[in-house]
Ligand binder design. Structure first.
Ligand code: SF4
Ligand code: SF4
Length: 117
């Protein structure tokens, strides 16, 4: 049962989705990028750190807190909102670079996207 955390785009959350209801439903249905997991324990959900891409310090804090609570994160999903921001809203995050850095520094698998709707 992988421990999963989700990051959302600070600028889009509650504008394109509300209350992250789509990701909660997506987890329950194993929809979209959640289909890769047999079972999911959602241990945390927070924002990306805001523009201009302050994600690494955010993930550092998130990772440390989750470990201290004895619920270490194994997989970090960047929400579909972040994927949309990168594709259409001039988000400064370079996914491949961020994935490599987060894997290297914190040992987390990073997935781009969450639900498909
Ligand atoms: S895509 Fe997911 S993480 Fe992003 S705002 Fe929507 S429900 Fe929340
Ligand atoms: S556009 Fe990118 S860096 Fe800016 S708030 Fe959204 S996800 Fe974060």
């Amino acid at each position: 049962m992988p421990n999963v955390a989700i990051l959302y785009c600070k600028r889009i959350k509650d504008h394109s989705c509300i209350g992250c209801a789509k990701c909660f439903k997506g987890i329950e249905e194993k929809n979209g990028e959640f289909a890769r997991h047999d079972d999911i324990t959602l241990v945390a959900m927070t924002d990306c750190g805001d523009c201009p891409g302050l994600t690494v310090p955010r993930v550092k804090l998130l990772s440390e807190v989750a470990k201290n609570l004895e619920r270490p994160i194994e997989t970090l999903h960047l929400g579909t909102c972040m994927k949309m921001a990168m594709a259409t809203a001039q988000c400064p995050i370079a996914f491949d670079d961020l994935k490599a850095t987060v894997q290297d520094k914190f040992g987390l698998d990073v997935v781009l996207g969450t639900h498909s709707y």
